[in-house]
Design a protein around this ligand. Structure first.
Ligand SMILES: Cc1cc2nc3c(=O)[nH]c(=O)nc-3n(C[C@H](O)[C@H](O)[C@H](O)COP(=O)(O)OP(=O)(O)OC[C@H]3O[C@@H](n4cnc5c(N)ncnc54)[C@H](O)[C@@H]3O)c2cc1C
Length: 401
């Protein structure tokens, strides 16, 4: 039996710990810097005021690792998706019934998602150390000597780096990143529309950026509104009534406009990709490996697909007697995930660029694209499969579906 130390108990790290507890007999230690209360909703950098759109495939994985039963009452189904562009005629629609599923996905508040993951962790053999941080890591023959800030030490055969985009552990390992700053900020809040949302998710593109209105429980909507930094600051400074009026206008008065908005939070938008995701005895996961633009709601869904692949790779290796820190093994995982990661990162990066482009040719193609997308069943179905987390989008060339 080997020991795997996961640094970071956010959505990525906690999910991987549950998968490893289920699929391997390894000794698993999860080190999280924030305090994790047992019986209240968490409030940590990962489990904060945001909501997350969960693909259908993600919900299935959460069920598999014992978190869905707790989360389900707080997860609102998405039965219909409408993608539109302000002032243009094109619109694309996806419908659960047409795709032969009860829901295209779900939306849950991060705090409820965190509560469900942490509750599931209490039922498995994972040694959760929180609040705790790593002080130093030293490479040894077959792994790492990991010193924690309380003075204790652990030997790790594999270190999983899941401590977020500003990962201190990634830095300790000397792994660099490539960054792209979008010069934009995502305003996140919950808001109450005047009319029922009827389980519809709206993604609306404006010249300024993207606005997502996602259905939440209690007839609320989760808002993710990306704006150029200066305009976002102006929106954050408005009083609630003025903000609701601006939001209603930007949404094209969808759902009759908004009557109430909760606390607003701001997230600067950057894409950060680690230059390497594996080295001997260490592998990166989640935001530490890839932070994407949130426009397509794919970051956690992608991370969970990575986590399943990593857990399966480590489970196979355990059966074959291969140590979990073996570089060839970890590189085989990275290679297997490269295509999905590249496609998802490309989609998340390309969408905002496409929709804010001024060029008339691009604008025409974009509108025709939205219209054609609505008319072309195979392309639409394939996109739906990718959005639901059950396929890899190929632009209509695959025969899936
Ligand atoms: C506005 C916004 C909206 C989004 N919407 C969606 C969506 O709809 N769907 C979707 O799939 N994804 C979405 N995402 C992406 C999603 O939030 C991320 O993919 C997800 O947070 C990745 O989780 P993580 O565990 O890798 O990193 P994080 O969430 O950053 O968690 C890192 C964890 O590590 C801990 N930590 C940090 N440093 C240390 C340390 N030194 N020692 C120990 N612990 C440490 C932190 O406390 C935290 O718990 C969105 C992101 C944003 C910004």
């Amino acid at each position: 039996m080997a020991r795997i130390v996961i640094v970071g108990g956010g959505m990525g790290g906690a999910s991987l710990a549950l998968l490893l507890a289920q699929r391997t007999t390894h000794d698993i230690v999860l080190v999280e810097q924030a305090a994790l209360a047992a019986d209240t909703l968490p409030d940590t950098p990962s489990y904060d005021a945001r909501s997350t759109a969960l693909a259908l495939g993600t919900a299935e994985i959460l069920a598999d690792i014992g978190a869905w039963a707790t989360l389900a009452p707080f997860a609102a189904p998405i039965r219909h998706i409408e993608v539109s562009h302000q002032g243009r005629f094109g619109a694309a629609r996806l419908d659960a019934r047409e795709e032969g599923v009860a829901a295209l996905g779900f939306v849950a508040e991060n705090r409820h998602l965190g509560f469900a993951l942490l509750k599931a962790l209490r039922n498995v053999r994972v040694d959760v150390r929180a609040p705790m941080r790593i002080d130093t890591i030293v490479r040894e023959d077959a792994g790492w000597a990991v010193c924690l800030i309380d003075g204790s030490a652990l030997c790790a055969d594999l270190l999983v780096v899941a401590d977020g985009v500003q990962s201190g552990t990634r830095e300790m390992l000397g792994i660099g990143v490539r960054e792209h700053d979008y010069g934009a900020i995502a305003i996140v809040c919950n808001a109450t529309p005047r009319e029922p949302h009827c389980d519809v998710a709206y993604e609306r593109f404006t010249r300024d950026g993207a606005l997502a209105l996602l259905p939440l429980t209690q007839q609320r909507c989760a808002i993710v509104w990306s704006l150029p930094a200066a305009r976002a600051q102006a929106m954050l400074a408005l009083d609630d009534d003025a903000f609701c009026a601006a939001l209603s206008e930007a949404s094209g008065q969808r759902l009759g406009g908004f009557a109430k908005a909760g606390v607003r939070s701001a997230y600067p938008l950057v894409k950060v990709l680690a230059q390497e995701q594996a080295m001997p005895g260490a592998v990166l996961l989640g935001n530490a490996a890839h932070l994407l633009h949130p426009v397509a709601g794919q970051g956690f869904n992608l991370t969970l697909r990575d986590a399943v692949a990593l857990a399966d790779t480590l489970a196979r290796a355990e059966r074959d007697g291969v140590p979990p820190g073996d570089l060839a093994l970890l590189l085989s995982y990275v290679e297997a995930r490269a295509r999905d990661q590249q496609l998802t990162a490309g989609l998340s990066h390309g969408l905002p660029q496409l929709f804010t482009a001024d060029n008339a040719l691009v604008a025409g193609a974009r509108d025709l694209g939205l219209l054609a997308f609505d008319l072309l069943a195979p392309l639409k179905r394939e996109f739906a499969r990718q959005a639901m987390g059950i396929g890899v989008f190929t632009g209509g060339t695959s025969r899936a579906g």
